[in-house]
Design a protein around this ligand. Structure first.
Ligand SMILES: C[S@@+](CC[C@H](N)C(=O)[O-])C[C@H]1O[C@@H](n2cnc3c(N)ncnc32)[C@H](O)[C@@H]1O
Length: 224
């Protein structure tokens, strides 16, 4: 991969596709087609991670459509949810979808320190964010620094991202990865589970990364 092409990518590239129309198709496309058949990681893996890790004082960074927030086991009044995204359409769509939880919304670029007066959170999800942002995994690791001001002592971070190295790829996954990469919807031709683990381990004492198909599912806590 030509590094000058990678470095010419901007944070906006990874958020541009999320038009109101695309968000209406997102759940079906991602969770009924791409995740199970292309990345070979069914939606139950993401849902299990959420049910294990999401606290009653939760922030979601890179919210998309809020698919898993809408399906969380909490009742209105039991949970505080902060939504953080670069794309206003995603914030609006998700906030409307989960308005029963009266979510807080914050527009931000996760590659920069997130400045907010919001009270800190006990869990932070980065689901599907890392494969959207520019740079290699070392540069993407900056996101774990950006979210630091949002984290209460003892807070847990979790998420998932598409990998392109160190995993078994099918013809279909290669083709779809290539197309999405060319369209700048995703980025990270060199991303591997080991690199992700390295970036997390620089910042947290307890780190778990496991792969299912082309996806890395991760969780971490206790800052170093
Ligand atoms: C693939 S979607 C993930 C949506 C959802 N979390 C899920 O698991 O289905 C990526 C989300 O990250 C947001 N995003 C992309 N780049 C971003 C950045 N630099 N800062 C904040 N959000 C970003 C997009 O707007 C989009 O909402």
């Amino acid at each position: 991969m030509n590094s000058s092409i990678i470095s010419s990518r901007t944070p906006e590239d990874g958020a541009r596709i999320y038009s109101v129309f695309f968000l209406r198709c997102y759940d079906f496309l991602i969770y009924k087609v791409l995740a199970p058949y292309v990345w070979r990681c069914g939606g139950e893996h993401f849902a299990d991670l959420y049910s294990l890790m999401m606290s009653p004082n939760h922030a979601d960074i890179g919210v998309g459509t809020g698919y898993f927030l809408d399906r969380c086991g909490y009742l209105p009044g039991e949970v505080r949810i902060g939504l953080f995204d670069l794309q206003q359409n995603c914030l609006d769509y998700t906030a409307a979808r989960i308005d029963r939880f009266e979510p807080e919304t914050y527009r931000c670029n996760a590659l920069e320190p997130i400045k907010t007066t919001a009270a800190q959170f006990d869990s932070i999800a980065l689901g599907g964010l890392l494969h959207c942002i520019p740079g290699d995994m070392t540069q993407k690791g900056v996101v774990f620094d950006s979210i630091k001001p949002l984290m209460k002592p003892g807070a847990k971070v979790f998420g998932y991202t598409i990998l392109n190295q160190g995993i078994h790829k099918t013809m279909l996954s290669r083709l779809v990865y290539f197309l999405l990469h060319q369209l700048r919807v995703i980025n990270g031709a060199q991303d591997s589970a080991q690199q992700l683990k390295t970036e997390l381990s620089k910042r947290y004492k307890v780190v778990e990364v496991r792969t299912v198909g082309c996806i890395a599912l991760f969780a971490a806590h206790s800052p170093v």
